[in-house]
Design a protein around this ligand. Structure first.
Ligand code: HEC
Ligand code: HEC
Ligand code: HEC
Ligand code: HEC
Ligand code: HEC
Length: 260
């Protein structure tokens, strides 16, 4: 990331500099309206792509897991776009003569990556990290929408600061068991699977087995399932917030959390 400010400036000072044009009045009203328009945020946009890749076909119909292609999403801040080799694992055999796939074959032959257009793009002064969201039970679909139904990939949220903050103030409205993070059809009242792995980190609390796991009234050790799991988002969210040790709203809305 380019260093645009001297290191000595603290994040607040940086923000005041960034906010200056907006605070300067005059153009303020039009500025604010433009700032929220979908033209400015990219909401709902589907940029032209070199290959008509469809998540609806590959995820919705074929059932390929997100991590098969986006291998780094759980382990790093950045979710990678798959290299051509990943496509060729299948397309050396399937649809190997199709015109639609010609750019993929050329990319493989010439060993030149496909130049996918970015769908999401935060400004460089905002810090985002995938792995922490995945680790704390925020589902892909909560931010990206139903990829399993999208032909061309589009941006499903504004990505505006107010959107990030709304969740950081009350994450319990959105948390789900970690095992459901990739589930595009997740519904808290019917997605019944809820195992020890969903309960904090591998069922442990501070490195020791979680006490609730040894309580037969709460946990069925044979089935490895909780008995009375909460089924409303309200109860489940509060429960998970506690057990995944999600920090409080003051900490999560601190400017330096996202502006480093
Ligand atoms: C077969 C490989 C494959 C699978 C499986 C897959 N993706 Fe993708 N994904 C891609 C490719 C290729 C792109 C780049 C082209 C595009 O944007 O459509 C992409 C782009 C994206 C983008 C937009 C990236 C950007 O430019 O901002 C998101 C978000 C995304 N995928 C999420 C998911 C989620 C969530 C799942 C699982 C439900 C998933 N993907 C499964 C291959 C895959
Ligand atoms: C696990 C196997 C598998 C992988 C990996 C895979 N595909 Fe496919 N792809 C298929 C199958 C099967 C079809 C036919 C789908 C159909 O007809 O519904 C297909 C169809 C397509 C099509 C034709 C249009 C469509 O969606 O039906 C394109 C384009 C395509 N794939 C691109 C890609 C790209 C680009 C990648 C790598 C990012 C990729 N595929 C990775 C199995 C795969
Ligand atoms: C809390 C919201 C949130 C969740 C949850 C989330 N994403 Fe993202 N995703 C984003 C944002 C914001 C960006 C744009 C990041 C940027 O521009 O730096 C993004 C970008 C991407 C990209 C483009 C590459 C990148 O990292 O910039 C892919 C691919 C992607 N997401 C896949 C996924 C998958 C797969 C999941 C589920 C495991 C997921 N995302 C969960 C918000 C989220
Ligand atoms: C749907 C809910 C949700 C949305 C939307 C969301 N976040 Fe988060 N975010 C969380 C949760 C939950 C955590 C984990 C908090 C914890 O562990 O205490 C988190 C943590 C973070 C962290 C802390 C990383 C660390 O290493 O400590 C950063 C940075 C962050 N989010 C940035 C963003 C940005 C930037 C956006 C908007 C582009 C965003 N988030 C949108 C729920 C969300
Ligand atoms: C949860 C993450 C998050 C937190 C916390 C956060 N921001 Fe932001 N901020 C963003 C994102 C993402 C953007 C870029 C998207 C946009 O322009 O809304 C942004 C953009 C900005 C901008 C430039 C655009 C604008 O709105 O004028 C300023 C200034 C700013 N933030 C100031 C702050 C200040 C001051 C705080 C602390 C009170 C803060 N931010 C806390 C995520 C965050």
């Amino acid at each position: 990331m380019p260093q645009i400010f001297p290191k000595a400036l603290n994040p607040i000072a940086k923000m005041l500099i960034l906010a200056a044009p907006l605070l300067a009045g005059g153009a303020g009203v039009t500025g604010a309206a433009f700032y929220r328009s979908s033209y400015a945020t990219g909401l709902g946009e589907t940029p032209a792509q070199p290959v008509a890749f469809s998540h609806a076909h590959h995820v919705g119909q074929l059932g390929i897991h997100c991590v098969y292609c986006h291998t780094s999403v759980e382990s790093s801040g950045f979710a990678n776009i798959p290299p051509t080799k990943t496509c060729m694992n299948c397309h050396q055999q399937i649809w190997q003569g199709a015109d639609l796939l010609e750019p993929v074959r050329n990319s493989y032959k010439e060993d030149k990556p496909i130049e996918w257009a970015r769908v999401h793009n935060l400004p460089h002064y905002a810090y985002f990290n995938h792995s922490i969201h995945v680790a704390k039970g925020v589902g892909c679909a909560t931010c990206h929408g139903r990829l399993d139904q999208m032909n061309l990939t589009r941006q499903n949220s504004t990505l505006l600061m107010e959107w990030c903050i709304a969740c950081h103030r009350a994450p319990e409205k959105h948390l789900r068991p970690k095992s459901e993070v990739f589930n595009m059809q997740y519904d808290p009242s019917t997605s019944a699977k809820w195992t020890a792995e969903d309960f904090g980190y591998n069922g442990t609390l501070a490195g020791k087995p979680h006490p609730a796991l040894s309580d037969p009234a709460v946990y069925d050790a044979e089935k490895k399932e909780f008995k009375d799991r909460p089924t409303s988002q309200k109860d489940l969210g509060l429960f998970l917030k506690d057990h995944y040790n999600v920090r409080d709203a003051v900490t999560l809305t601190n400017c330096s959390m996202c502006h480093r």
